[in-house]
Design a protein. Structure first.
Length: 149
């Protein structure tokens, strides 16, 4: 029986097999012995400041990778399950960085509306659920006035 583990060699992902019988001298499996745990390069989190927003606001999301992006960065594709939350088609996490931000635009809504945002990059995906609520003041995005004098 063997245990599979991943390691990075010169920045490239490589697959190694560590036989439990000790075919490789000193091999103890992932995270022990001479082989330290390898951070996952893919998308490990997708976050927004909150899960609920008043429709009509512009909101900022953050994508985080498990390791710094390599040469050329990491392209992360974005998708929204609802037309009420528009996200860019993609964002690039720059070389050497572990995160990038993007702007999502929400539409005014007349009732609570849910959108699932999905970020996919480097073989991994994360989701975040946003709930849009109607404005109680008639203004969108938390700005503007609601009366006329």
């Amino acid at each position: 029986m063997s245990k599979l583990f991943r390691r990075q060699v010169l920045g490239l992902a490589a697959l190694g097999i560590c036989a439990l019988g000790g075919l490789l001298a000193g091999c103890q499996g992932e995270g022990s012995g001479p082989f330290p745990p390898v951070p996952v390069l893919g998308v490990t989190s997708l976050t927004f400041p909150s899960g609920t927003f008043v429709g009509g606001q512009t909101i900022t999301g953050t994508i985080t990778l498990g390791a710094p992006a390599g040469v050329g960065g990491v392209l992360v594709t974005l998708n929204s399950s609802s037309g009420s939350v528009v996200v860019p088609a993609s964002v690039t996490v720059p070389q050497g960085f572990t995160s990038a931000t993007f702007t999502a635009t929400t539409s005014p809504v007349t009732g609570n509306t849910t959108a699932v945002i999905t970020a996919t990059g480097a073989g991994a995906s994360q989701t975040f659920t946003i709930t849009l609520v109607p404005s109680t003041t008639g203004a969108t995005g938390g700005t503007g006035t609601t009366g006329v004098r």
